[in-house]
Write a protein that binds this ligand. Structure first.
Ligand SMILES: [Zn+2]
Length: 74
């Protein structure tokens, strides 16, 4: 087995393991659900701040920089 082939195989295995962990944690998250399912999650497009607000608001103002953001749809 050549070195580049081993590196490729190692990378593929690592990526596969990471994907498995990602899928597993996603399944766990969906089973238990968020603590406040009524809330919407927002991610500021300007500063990247993640926060929640009530489900009945369409847009929410970032408490860090004041930008209005759309909710993240799951
Ligand atoms: Zn912000």
């Amino acid at each position: 087995m050549s070195i580049p082939l081993m590196l490729t195989a190692y990378l593929a295995l690592t990526l596969g393991a990471l994907s498995a962990i990602g899928i597993y944690s996603e399944m766990r998250r969906r089973r238990f659900g968020p603590a406040h399912p009524e809330d919407r999650v927002f991610r500021c497009t300007k500063c990247g701040y993640v926060y929640t607000d009530d489900a009945d608001v369409d847009r929410s103002r970032c408490s860090q920089c004041g930008k209005l953001n759309e909710p993240i749809e799951f």
